[in-house]
Design a protein around this ligand. Structure first.
Ligand code: GLU
Length: 619
């Protein structure tokens, strides 16, 4: 793979040699032949792949995909449909998404022929200082008022609709209101997520009332209605975002954060939060330029800081383009590039309003080449130190007889001296939280949208009578003490994210959109899907379904059992080590197959499988 930094020119497609480390995929070429796929399974359930015309959507949930489809069929555009789906996920996937959360939206606008992004990341209250989480056990911080960031989703929906959409918020919320009132059928995933959270949900009167009716998680197959949330959405549509950001709903959020409704007798320590109505008043969703790298003649656009998604995926793609190991041993190279990119992410990426993020350099060809020098035929020592994205890059030292370049230690030392020790931060636990959706419309607009309330179940606290959970996004800050860390809390600051909604253009036209949940594994999931699709020649459905591994500059790579079974022995012989984890990510995506045909793709199995729908299976 060859890559140019975002200021560079296109590069030729490289020949990819698949070695014994990676068996050729069963379906090595993307599916392009027209076919009619059933959009609903015979049992009335969701199907993960759909192909057709006139618009398409992929989400984790059938009701949310249907909400988007309904808007598209009514003549709404991809932004309208994305907001409708996101609000519906607030009903059906309330532990991953909701109006009190945040997210990042990447958007290709067909008329303007450009990619835009909207940052709806939560912010720290103005009273929050760099030491706010010091000494607090992580689990205690999660379930607290302290971890609740100022919600971003509503402002983001509003900005997205006003800037790029066609519908007022009131109309975009309508499908979600209908689902909340009519109810949805509880599936195993919803049941299990409720059960996993039951210990803390029971400790809040508002949460247990809503999600533990009769004291237990709703049964699989039962219908779950959320009349409180329907009423909240309806009122929000009528009054507009200021109801939250400068009104009565905001006052209720603040009261809940400062005085969580702890169940009498609960033993839990619940720290109150610092949020004030003035913090809500100060909140703004922000339009930002996307990150951009050019790789194999493809233009890859992602989310800029405060998310580390675009910079880390982009840097890793650059490294993969610059190392010869990509062609010899693609999965080994994937793990090594990811390790290096994570060392740099941890050292350099934070909210750009508070820290200088060397974004252009992190995505530059020179830096990618310098970092790629550290990749040899065997796994490098852990942890990798961060590099020096300073604009001055040395050519690779000559290779030693061991295959590892002589002088690569010097390159490592340069990084160590630049940012002493910051590449080796302790990883926080990563779960399957958050969600991603992808939508396109008949005009060719495309949305890749990550939404989250952080942990599955957020901070566990429902705003009484309003039907939604608060986020615990501020636990994405570095807890410290960690002098010089770019991601320490500060007043009004946005915690660094890993969300990586990604849109790929070829010759200026959309080719692919993809994204995933999963905390910091989001970055590796998106990267691995791009490697699967473009380096290994898999179809997008195969690229999503393939077993995953996530190397984030740790001694052992987290990997799904199927990945370890298939590739573990060969990679272990190169010095890699693995920790099994049942599931990584729950991706959704779109591929544009030409002549108006689009393929919507969700997971076939992870997190219970997702739902892909198209407006019309025929042209
Ligand atoms: N808080 C995470 C992030 O912004 C998203 C939630 C998750 O998937 O862990 O990176």
């Amino acid at each position: 793979m060859r890559i140019k930094g975002h200021r560079g020119a296109l590069a030729p497609l490289a020949l990819i040699l698949v070695t014994g480390l990676v068996a050729p995929p069963a379906h090595a070429t993307p599916q392009v032949a027209p076919q009619t796929t059933p959009q609903i399974s015979p049992q009335g359930g969701k199907v993960p792949v759909a192909e057709g015309y006139g618009g398409a959507v992929a989400t984790v949930d059938l009701d949310a995909s249907r909400a988007a489809l309904k808007i598209l069929k009514q003549g709404g555009n991809a932004i309208d449909a994305a907001v409708a789906a996101a609000a519906t996920l607030g009903v059906t996937e309330p532990y991953s998404a909701g109006l009190a959360g945040g997210g990042f939206l990447v958007y290709y606008d067909a008329r303007r022929k450009g990619v835009f992004t909207i940052d709806g990341r939560e912010t720290a209250p103005r009273a929050m200082t760099s030491t706010a989480f010091e000494g607090i056990p992580f689990a205690e911080a999660v379930t607290s008022g302290l971890s609740a960031g100022v919600p971003g989703s509503v402002a983001q929906w509003d900005l997205a609709l006003r800037r790029f959409g066609t519908l007022p918020l009131r109309k975009a919320l309508q499908p979600a209101i209908e689902v909340a009132e009519r109810g949805f059928v509880v599936d195993q995933t919803f049941h299990d997520q409720t059960a996993d959270n039951a210990d803390r949900f029971k400790d809040f009167t508002s949460t247990s009332r809503l999600y533990l009716p009769g004291g237990a998680p709703p049964a699989v197959g039962s219908v779950f209605r959320n009349h409180d949330l329907a009423a909240t959405y309806r009122e929000l549509g009528r009054r507009g975002p200021s109801w939250l950001y400068d009104g009565a709903l905001g006052a209720e959020v603040v009261a809940t954060v400062k005085r969580p409704p702890v169940t009498p007798g609960a033993a839990r320590v619940v720290r109150p939060g610092l949020m004030e109505l003035s913090d809500l008043r100060a909140y703004r969703a922000l339009e930002r330029p996307p990150t951009h790298v050019t790789v194999k003649g493809l233009d890859v656009y992602g989310m800029a800081p405060p998310s580390s998604g675009g910079s880390t995926v982009g840097e890793a793609l650059g490294i993969l383009s610059a190392t010869g190991e990509t062609e010899k041993a693609p999965l080994h190279a994937y793990l090594e590039a990811s390790r290096l990119a994570f060392a740099d992410r941890n050292a350099f990426v934070g909210d750009p309003a508070y820290v200088g993020v060397p974004l252009d350099e992190l995505l530059s060809e020179g830096f990618a080449k310098e970092r790629a020098c550290l990749i040899g035929p065997a796994a490098m020592p852990n942890p990798a130190a961060p590099g020096s994205p300073d604009g001055t890059y040395a050519p690779c030292p000559a290779a030693s007889p061991t295959g590892v370049p002589d002088g690569s230690d010097d390159l490592r030392d340069k990084g160590v001296q630049a940012v002493q020790g910051q590449g080796a931060q302790e990883e926080k636990p990563e779960g399957p939280e958050t969600t991603h959706l992808a939508v396109t419309d008949k005009w060719g607009n495309v949305v890749a949208y990550n939404i989250t309330i952080e942990q599955t179940g957020g901070n566990g606290i429902v705003v009484p009578g309003r039907g939604f959970l608060l986020n615990n996004q501020l636990t994405d800050f570095t807890f410290g003490p960690a002098p010089g860390d770019p991601n320490l809390p500060a007043p009004g600051k946005r915690p660094r994210s890993s969300m990586a909604p990604t849109i790929v253009l070829k010759d200026g036209r959309p080719l692919l959109a993809v994204g995933s949940p999963g905390g910091a594994t989001i970055i590796t999931t998106v990267l691995q899907i791009l490697v699967n699709r473009f380096d290994l020649g898999m179809s997008l459905p195969d690229a999503l379904a393939a077993p995953r591994a996530s190397q984030r500059n740790a001694a052992a790579t987290q990997a799904e059992p199927a990945f370890i079974d298939r590739y573990g022995p060969a990679l272990t012989s190169l010095g890699h080590a693995f920790t099994p984890t049942p599931e990584i990510g729950a991706a959704t995506g779109l591929e544009f197959l030409g002549r108006g045909r689009v393929q919507a793709v969700a997971e076939p199995a992870r997190r219970g499988g997702g739902s892909a729908l198209v407006v019309s299976p025929t042209p």
